[in-house]
Design a protein around this ligand. Sequence first.
Ligand code: C2O
Ligand code: CU
Ligand code: CU
Length: 503
Amino acid sequence: MHQHHLPPVANTPPLIEPGKMEAFVDALPIPPVAKPVAKAAHGAHYQIPIHEFSAKIHRDLPPTRFWGYGNSMPGPTIEARTGVPVTVTWLNQLPAKHFLPIDHNLMGAEAGKPEARTVVHVHGAKVPPASDGYPEDWYAPGQSRTYTYPNHQDATMLWYHDHAMGINRLNICAGMAGLYIIRDEAEEALNLPKGEFEIPLVLMDRQITKEGQIYYPHSQVAGAPWVAEYFGNATLVNGKLLPFLDVQPRRYRFRILNASNARFYFLTLPGGPALHQVATDQGLMAAPVEVTMLNLAPGERADVVIDFSSAAGAKFLLMNQSFTLMQFRVGSEKVSDDSALPKTLRAVTPMPASSAVRTRQLTLEEFDSVLGEPIVHTLDGKRWHEPLSEKPRLNSTEIWEFLNLTGDTHPIHLHLVRFQILDRRVINVDEYMFNDKKVVYVSDPTPPEASETGWKDTVRVTPGASTRIIVNFSGYTGLYVWHCHILEHEDNEMMRPYEVLPA
Ligand code: C2O
Ligand code: CU
Ligand code: CU
């Protein structure tokens, strides 16, 4: 999918070989649920430190240094309810010096700024701009911010992560990610598997050294360490390498997040029971969809229900292409299961293209060095600091048509909103680039994949094609961002501000 690979860097330390490590010796950890420091009429208040700690990713490796939330990686899960606000004080208690390589040539990452700056964004949350974690709203160690999350949105699994301008690829790589789950009565009434039978799976690939430490490579250009994509040799599931999970022969709901910097996952359960997808990024789909392979780009989420009832005593591997991520061990003792997988889940009314007041055509572009290595990616041909160009009106509906002129898929994410995917259509890239931005479609439009038919906040924009989404800009006015969720791209100009104007 990504053809560009920088040549290996000479001074890469020796990395572990996951294939040679003992597999399935660690139980899959479940991130702890965050405990509020106060429960008031206006909702719960949390205080979450952002700091350095260490944790074991595998029995046979020394503890790994993380920069993260609370004392676990992923951080503590925030449990919220629709319509009940949550406030969080996010305390920056990081050490002064970053342990991953900052590139001071990147926008917002200039030398002289505090290295351990951070700002928290809840991905997929509908929040006022002052609590959204605008990339320039970072703050230094010793400081904190209190953000309010109104939770006026349907049940879904969101995630919180760092969003500091120019270094969020490093901060998230260091461990700054956690889950934020919103629940509502309509979802609970469906009786999907819950409690110990509802299991989050957070996928993150990392380069892990023989000492068990996170490694982030440098480019070969002295003084400009940025690399175009970060791929790990080890994939952590909830912070563990090759864990196992003991399950009962019954239904489970797995809530899966791709929290990787750049890796796309193509998940299968060879020989195992079917995967019934029930939710996308922004919550329940209209009806379950059976998927044989689950494709997740960075930032995307999906919930799947797996019924192990006819597989008592069996073992299955969760695979990403040919790589093993974890093992499921199904118990042999029969259990009763009163959970359900209903035939219909939640009404998702398709938004007709005719409801849009305008269509914006926005390009995804890549600029390469003479050696063919990407130097920078842009959105709409513009860099971050160029004047605001996307200013939708509050409550208006627009179509954003992404024209991907590059050779790679880019997962594009918009803050504040949820949207639907209309279609994809191959375009003639040369006509666009060399014939005055003429859009020539060379295929019929294809509808979104079955597993994308619901509310989304991140969309895979495929190469050499138009991808159209339809968005209603409801919630709040003010400044937000949209960006590629390949973090190396986001940190290097593939992010733009947008502003919701009063209606
Ligand atoms: Cu997952 Cu702008 O974020
Ligand atoms: Cu977001
Ligand atoms: Cu990208």
